[in-house]
Design a protein around this ligand. Structure first.
Ligand code: PLP
Length: 424
């Protein structure tokens, strides 16, 4: 039986048997007990058939992975300790020292730093492109060591909506993996696999949890990439000596990527999601469809009010008809444009900071995608480690305010925002 997206959000694939708990149980256990050494040995050979140790898998975490796999329409998923861990592992699963990746520069500042500084120290180079780069500009950067193109569905906080068709076309032409961070849209609004993505990463810390209760991440495998005999990805069809000679495409089939991520990199780096965080995130997911609709409705109303305010220099929200990315976003977003709005306060950094101080209902936090509306000045906080040129690359100006619109009454949110602006 194939269920709709809302039913999957609520129930996933957890089906209690007679007398079982109705709510997905929290299995707060690191280990699993087996009667014979042969049974455990079998699991080491066939890790998909049971749980061995919670660094590798856990029943509560698996239920969350299955739910998101179903929502995204993939073939498997792996939960991680954070969104940053998900992106790191997503890259490491295909890259080693000497390889390179291509990424849009308009991405979350933490990811930008990971690509621009940290991975570079391990010999993985990131070649950045901008949303305005031509196909030719991008294709010039691709060589035999290029392993993926990375982008966000809608960039945090530059609000650039991804032109999936264009990047999917380039990836297909060069037989490259297309990896998309779908954190801000969630599968309730955009389903990247339907538009050519091969791997999706999430910070579940954001809308999936939605209650600012649990840090986490996820990698989802689309099962739609041909690794076999593609010279760039020979680790997928040659034996992994560190795992008794397994060939990932033989063992994992369509889910080879996520099997390799788990058996090689989760095994060695151990950035697993805790069962308790999976339990909390699953409860969040039960209402994701309702929340995304309401976040979107409220954000559109707030962005329209901001666009009319004399203290506002510009507003970026892909749901606004005159937004630069409205047409692109409208091709892929279904049922709303998510909850984040960014705008420039007239008068520069000082006025932007004063606006934040003037707010009463909306609190300043280093977070987005919470049920509670929240605000931040990225140039002085999340992006303060970036140089001026890096700030420009990420699409950030010093008067930019990032507003994550919550699910309170929209009139109250608008009131708070407009009062704080008029008090400037
Ligand atoms: N991706 C996006 C789009 C984000 O906004 C964030 C964090 O804000 C991350 C990834 C990193 O996620 P986490 O904070 O869970 O490590």
């Amino acid at each position: 039986m194939k269920y709709g997206k809302d039913t999957i959000c609520v129930q996933g694939d957890y089906r209690p048997k007679n007398g079982d708990p109705r709510v997905l149980p929290l299995y707060q256990s690191t280990t699993y007990s087996y009667d014979t050494p042969e049974q455990l040995a079998f699991l080491f050979d066939s890790p998909k058939s049971g749980h061995i140790y919670s660094r590798i898998s856990n029943p509560t975490v698996s239920a969350l992975e299955n739910k998101v796999t179903m929502l995204e329409g993939g073939v498997g998923a792996m939960a991680t300790s954070s969104g940053m861990a998900a992106t790191t592992l997503a890259v490491m699963t295909v890259c080693e020292g000497g390889d390179n990746i291509i990424s849009l520069s308009t991405i979350y500042g933490g990811t930008y730093n990971l690509f621009n500084v940290t991975l570079k120290k391990y010999g993985i180079e990131c070649r950045f492109v901008t949303p305005d780069s031509t196909d030719e500009d991008i294709e010039k950067l691709i060589d035999g060591k290029t392993k993926m193109i990375f982008a966000e569905t809608v960039a945090n906080p530059a609000m650039v909506a991804l032109d999936f068709d264009r990047f999917a076309r380039i990836c297909k032409k060069h037989k490259l993996l297309f990896v998309v961070d779908n954190t801000l849209a969630t599968p309730c609004l955009v389903r990247p696999f339907e538009h050519g993505a091969n791997v999706i990463v999430h910070s579940t810390t954001k809308y999936m949890d939605g209650h600012a209760a649990a840090v986490g991440g996820l990698i989802v495998d689309g099962g739609n990439f041909e690794f076999d005999q593609n010279e760039r990805y020979k680790d997928f069809y040659t034996p992994d000596e560190s795992y008794h000679g397994v060939k990932y495409i033989e063992e994992g089939g369509a889910a080879a990527y996520i099997l390799k991520a788990r058996m090689q990199y989760m095994r060695d780096l151990g950035t697993s999601m805790s069962p308790f965080n999976a339990y909390l995130t699953n409860i969040g997911l039960e209402t994701l469809h309702l929340r995304m609709a309401r976040h979107s409705e409220n954000a559109l109303a707030v962005s329209r009010a901001l666009a009319l305010d004399p203290n506002v220099e510009w507003v970026k929200y892909p749901g606004l008809e005159n937004d630069k990315y409205h047409d692109i976003a409208s091709r892929y977003f279904k049922g709303g444009y998510s909850g984040m709005v960014v705008f420039g306060v007239k008068g520069g950094r000082a006025k932007a900071e004063q606006f934040i101080k003037n707010l009463k209902l909306i609190k300043q936090v280093t977070h987005i995608a919470d049920v509670r509306s929240c605000v931040l000045h990225p140039a002085s906080t999340t992006h303060r480690q970036l140089s001026d040129s890096d700030l420009v690359a990420c699409g950030i100006t010093d008067n930019l305010v990032r507003l994550s619109v919550g699910i309170e009454n929209k009139e109250d949110i608008i009131n708070d925002v407009l009062s704080a602006l008029s008090a400037l």
